[in-house]
Write a protein that binds this ligand. Structure first.
Ligand code: HEC
Length: 109
């Protein structure tokens, strides 16, 4: 019984602290300044877990089909290149201004 009371007390204090930290703006999820280490780790872990859970059923298709590669390159050019750039391309305002920085998909020239 004492154990249960202690666990409830510790859980309640933890919940109150987390609520207080959020209410008083201690946790800053905005991307206009670098996150503190704990906030960065929390967001990173949430992202990694969300991807792992949602990607677990994906079956990678055969990757050698020329038409599929051409379609993918077109999709990349229209949807991804502004941030992830193209081989030899200089950085864009978008690719350089984002936090965290988008990884370069191809080496620079
Ligand atoms: C508006 C900018 C933007 C666009 C457009 C964009 N991305 Fe990203 N992408 C990012 C950023 C920023 C990250 C890094 C996120 C992080 O580190 O949390 C990222 C990360 C990734 C990663 C993870 C890379 C790694 O090494 O972990 C992949 C894969 C990716 N993007 C693919 C794509 C694809 C495919 C497209 C187009 C369909 C695309 N992105 C469009 C900004 C963008």
């Amino acid at each position: 019984m004492n154990f249960l009371k202690s666990a409830l007390l510790i859980g309640g204090v933890g919940l109150l602290s987390a609520t207080g930290a959020i209410y008083f703006g201690v946790v800053h999820p905005g991307a206009d300044e670098p996150h503190s280490k704990p906030v960065f780790r929390l967001i990173e872990t949430a992202r990694e877990r969300a991807i792992a859970v949602r990607a677990s059923d994906i079956v990678v298709p055969a990757l050698g089909d020329a038409n599929q590669i051409r379609r993918g390159a077109g999709n990349y050019a229209s949807m991804c290149v502004a941030c992830h750039l193209a081989p030899g391309a200089p950085g864009t305002e978008l690719s350089q201004g984002l936090y965290p920085a988008p990884p370069r998909s191809a080496p620079s020239g």
